[in-house]
Design a protein around this ligand. Structure first.
Ligand SMILES: Nc1ncnc2c1ncn2[C@@H]1O[C@H](COP(=O)(O)OP(=O)(O)OP(=O)(O)O)[C@@H](O)[C@H]1O
Ligand SMILES: [Mg+2]
Length: 249
């Protein structure tokens, strides 16, 4: 079966003051429909960088990203926005909730962004019902009027999950979905993600520092030497690579 999401030969460096910091050095990876995959690797190894490239939030220096049999990294900005809004849900490492908005309004933001003002006003009632259903799904309907500062970390993470589901995505990219949470709250988020995977057939790629969480995924990849290796086929080895800056001639 064709993979749902695929990275082919992805290279990415950051540049600062003419100094090159090579982070990804030819990443090849394929995520299959219906699987939960985990990406592990030490801090600074390039996991969030890869996730941003898979989400077309940034562009690789070399290589390609394919989704559902279509190349997406080279689409126009508008088409990439559409791909992101329609096909994938994203949970960012630090939630990225808007502090001035309530939980319900935060869940509604993707629907607002992807519509004209008129279109949003026209669909508002149905969208609000849907956003409430999403909040209910993550067990937070009774917090719908709370702003982020009036919620716990786990609750904010749940709001971020509800928001990521608004567009009924096929794929969820989750950057450290349990990273800022205590073990018990993290466990409930993990169970929620697994439930979304089994009940909604949602394909999930999650980044995590936590090896015990990674072990619960169907497949686990490790960022190593700027590459991604499948832990089921390659013995986990000591991490040897931390991106090191080099001066560009
Ligand atoms: N915009 C940027 N400009 C320059 N360097 C950057 C930029 N963004 C990230 N980096 C560097 O790239 C490397 C990879 O960063 P990235 O955020 O992908 O790591 P990570 O694996 O997600 O780490 P963590 O587990 O701490 O979240 C880091 O060494 C970081 O300092
Ligand atoms: Mg990160």
């Amino acid at each position: 079966m064709n993979p749902l999401l695929e990275a082919r030969g992805i290279c990415k460096s950051y540049y600062k003051n003419k100094i090159e910091l090579p982070v990804l050095r030819g990443v090849d990876v394929a995520f299959q429909h219906g699987e939960v995959s985990a990406l592990v690797g030490r801090s600074g190894s390039g996991k969030s960088t890869l996730m941003h490239l898979l989400a077309t939030l940034d562009q690789p220096d070399a290589g390609e990203v394919w989704f559902g049999g279509q190349r997406v990294d080279n689409l126009s900005r508008r088409q990439r926005d559409e791909y992101r809004n329609r096909q994938i849900g994203i949970i960012f490492q630090f939630y990225h909730l808007l502090p001035e908005l309530s939980a319900l309004e935060n869940v509604l933001t993707p629907a607002m962004i992807s519509r004209s003002v008129l279109g949003y006003c026209r669909d508002r009632k149905a969208l609000t019902l849907r956003a409430e259903a999403m909040l209910d799904r993550v067990g937070l309907l009774d917090r719908k009027t709370h702003k982020p500062a009036e919620m716990s970390g786990g609750e904010m993470q749940r709001v971020a999950i509800a928001r990521s589901l608004m567009s009924e995505p096929e794929l969820l990219l989750a950057d450290e979905p349990t990273g800022n949470l205590d073990t018990e709250t993290g466990e409930s988020i993990l169970q929620l993600l697994r439930q979304l995977n089994t009940e909604d057939d949602l394909t999930i790629v999650m980044i995590t520092h936590d090896e015990t969480i990674a072990e619960r995924a169907d497949r686990c990849y490790r960022m190593q030497d700027g590459l991604l290796v499948d832990r089921f086929t390659v013995e986990p080895a000591e991490e040897t690579f931390t991106p090191r800056a080099r001066v560009v001639a």
